[in-house]
Write a protein that binds this ligand. Structure first.
Ligand code: NAP
Length: 311
């Protein structure tokens, strides 16, 4: 088994991880980013990013993340595609188990982000890829001139509903309450879009179909009435779950699995930092992930220099 020693190992190659890599590489620390599948994280599957500073007209998510990666590579950050099984402390190092390889590192920055929460209704699993999707950017174009639904009332649901109107003839936004969680500016744009119809106070009980989605069975939570809404696609945006399973027993997580870290992103374990959506915090934006990534890398540099301060 081969073994390489790094100063900084960053787990996750989204906005937080790649920013940490830019700062760490630029500080001349031997840096590796370990990414499971594809760099860019959720931002790379976001059709359009309108609130990231420096792009006054907005920017496509995949394009923005390509720029992040290019910048990280310019500062010699290595990018390794592998899945982390476990991390364990060993003397002054942390040992990262990648299955067929182990990595030794002085510092670990965890930036594994979060993944879409499942709704957990009959038909969801069975019809995945046959009309059920968690990514409008990936699958939206398959739904030209047909009716689809988006489930959820947060920023993701409303933004992706707007995006889906480029293809679908109609987009229902099915939300369990009568008030959206999404930002007002995004909600306003959706209200003005004639192709979007909001279905409030309603939950999805079942996704109906066989070879493809044919309808959703919905229930009005106020009057208890149940009906089927015929459509061909259902996009779920009902929140996120942190990608932190592999960390259990290694660092402190909250009840939902988010990593608990201090103001400088240091977890309770010396030399282990947490950045971006996987961390317990108020706002989960590309801009705040970038802030976390930069903070983590700078605190890591201090830690290597012997000032490993935990608040
Ligand atoms: P979110 O803000 O947590 O919203 C999840 C939505 O799903 C809520 O409306 C919630 O309803 C609903 N929901 C949760 N569980 C449900 C269930 N079992 N059945 C039905 N509905 C359910 O998640 P998000 O929209 O994915 O956003 C995640 C984070 O990323 C947020 O901080 C968000 O601001 C950020 N984000 C920002 C942007 C941007 O452009 N600025 C874009 C995307 C995401 P309730 O409202 O009733 O709880």
């Amino acid at each position: 088994m081969s073994e390489t020693i790094y100063d900084v190992a960053i787990i996750g190659g989204g906005p937080a991880g790649l920013t940490a890599a830019i700062y760490s590489g630029r500080a001349l620390l031997k840096t590796v980013v370990i990414e499971k599948m594809m760099t860019g994280g959720q931002a790379a599957i976001t059709h359009w990013v309108d609130n990231y500073p420096g792009f006054p007209d907005g920017v496509a998510g995949p394009e923005l993340m390509e720029l992040f990666e290019k910048q990280a590579r310019r500062f010699d950050a290595e990018i390794k595609f592998a899945t982390v099984n476990k991390i364990r402390p060993e003397k002054e190092y942390k040992v990262i188990d990648l299955g067929n390889e182990t990595i030794k590192t002085k510092i670990v920055i965890i930036a594994t982000g979060a993944q879409p929460r499942k709704l957990g209704v009959p038909g969801e699993k069975e019809l995945l890829g046959k009309g059920v999707s968690y990514c409008a950017t990936c699958d939206g174009a398959f739904f030209r001139d047909v009716e689809v639904a988006v489930v959820g009332g947060g920023d993701s649901a409303v933004k992706e509903a707007i995006f889906l109107t480029k293809f679908a003839s109609k987009v229902y936004v099915i939300h369990r309450r009568d008030e959206l969680r999404a930002e007002k500016i995004t909600a306003q744009e959706a209200f003005e879009n004639e192709k979007i119809e909001f279905v409030y106070d309603t939950i999805v009980e079942e996704i109906v179909g066989d070879m493809g989605v044919k309808a959703v069975k919905i229930k009005n939570v106020k009057d208890g009435s149940v009906k089927e809404l015929p459509l061909e696609g259902v996009f779920m945006f009902v929140g996120m779950l942190p990608n932190s399973d592999f960390l259990e027993g290694f660092i402190e997580l909250d009840k939902q699995g988010y990593i608990i870290a201090d103001r400088d992103t240091h977890t309770g374990t010396a030399g282990v930092f947490a950045a971006g959506d996987v961390r317990k915090k108020l706002s989960r934006q590309i801009a705040t992930a970038v802030g976390d990534g930069a903070t983590a890398a700078m605190a890591a540099e201090e830690c290597i220099a012997g000032h490993c301060f935990i608040e």
